[in-house]
Ligand binder design. Structure first.
Ligand code: NAP
Length: 239
C-alpha cells in the first residue's frame, strides 16, 4: 500500500482527494489545521485514513507532522500540496499581514512540506509531488493579486523542482483547477456563478471529484513519464 499525504484534506478539494485515494487502496495521511470535527468524520469512514494536525505555514508543526509519519509509516510515496487560502480585494488595499498570510500557506506551505518530504524520496529514488495551483496562477485575476501571485509561484516551483529532482526519479506536477464548488468560492453570488458559467465552454462549474480523479491519475504508474507539467481542469475556461 502506498502512503500519500494530502494537506488540507479536511474540506473541499482535499477532502475529495482523501476519499478518492482511500477508496483506491492508498494509505492516506489527512492533514488538517482547524477543521478537526470534519477530519475525524473522514478518518472514521476509512480504516486506511490517519489524520494529522499541522499548520502548513508553520515549519515546526510541519516537521512534527513528518516525524509522526516517519514513525508510523516509514515514508511517504506521494505528497499532495493542496492546503490553500484565498482573499479578494484591490491590490492597493492588501495589507502586508494579509499578503504574508496568503504566501505563508499557499507558497511557504508547499515549500515546507516538499522540503520535509524530499530527502526520503531522493534516498528511495522514487516519489511524486502534486501541487494544487489555480487558473489564476496561470492567467492572473483582478482583485486577487496576492492569491494569483502565490499560485503562479507554485507553478514556477513545480517546473524548476521537476528539473532538479527528475534524475532522482521524482515527478513533480501541478494541477491548476478552474472554478470548483467548495467553501473557498462560497461568497460568490448566484449572478457571479451564472456569469462565470456562461464563459465556460463545458457550461458548468467543476466538482471536487474532477480534481481528485486527476490527482489519482498523476499519482499512478500510468503517469510515470509526466513531470513538470501544469494540467488545468477548467471546463475550457482557460485554454
Ligand atoms: P477550502 O474548501 O477552503 O479548503 C481549504 C483546505 O485547506 C481546508 O481543508 C483547510 O483545512 C486547509 N488549510 C487552510 N489553511 C491551512 C493551513 N495553514 N494548514 C493546513 N491546512 C490548511 O478550499 P478548496 O477550494 O478545497 O481549495 C483547495 C486548494 O485548491 C487550494 O490550494 C486552492 O487554492 C485550490 N483551488 C481552489 C479552487 C476553487 O475554485 N475552489 C480553484 C483553484 C484552486 P482546515 O479547514 O482544517 O483549516
Amino acid at each position: 500500500m502506498k502512503n500519500v499525504l494530502v494537506t488540507g484534506g479536511s474540506r473541499g478539494i482535499g477532502k475529495a482527494i482523501v476519499y478518492k485515494f482511500a477508496q483506491n487502496e492508498y494509505n492516506v495521511i489527512l492533514n488538517y489545521n482547524t477543521s478537526e470535527t470534519a477530519a475525524i468524520e473522514i478518518a472514521n469512514a476509512f480504516p486506511n485514513v490517519t489524520m494529522c494536525k499541522a499548520d502548513v505555514s508553520n515549519r515546526e508543526e510541519v516537521s512534527e507532522m513528518f516525524s509522526f509519519i516517519k514513525n508510523k509509516f516509514g515514508h511517504i510515496d506521494i505528497l499532495i500540496n493542496n492546503a490553500g487560502v484565498s482573499s479578494t480585494g484591490l491590490f492597493q488595499d492588501v495589507t502586508l499581514e494579509e499578503w504574508n498570510r496568503l504566501m505563508g500557506v499557499n507558497l511557504n506551505g508547499v515549500f515546507n512540506c516538499t522540503q520535509e518530504a524530499l530527502p526520503e524520496m531522493i534516498a528511495r529514488k522514487s516519489g511524486k509531488i502534486i501541487n494544487i495551483s489555480s487558473v489564476w496562477g496561470m492567467v492572473g485575476a483582478s482583485n486577487e493579486v496576492a492569491y494569483s501571485t502565490s499560485k503562479a509561484a507554485v507553478i514556477g516551483m513545480t517546473k524548476a523542482l521537476a528539473k532538479e529532482v527528475g534524475p532522482s526519479n521524482i515527478c513533480v506536477n501541478c494541477i491548476a483547477p478552474g472554478i470548483i464548488m467548495t467553501d473557498m468560492v462560497s461568497d460568490y453570488t448566484l449572478e457571479e456563478f451564472d456569469e462565470i458559467t456562461s464563459q465556460i465552454p463545458l457550461g458548468k462549474i467543476g466538482s471536487t471529484t474532477d480534481i481528485a480523479s486527476l490527482a489519482l491519475f498523476l499519482a499512478s504508474n500510468d503517469a510515470n513519464y509526466i513531470t513538470g507539467q501544469v494540467i488545468s481542469p477548467n471546463g475550457g475556461w482557460v485554454i
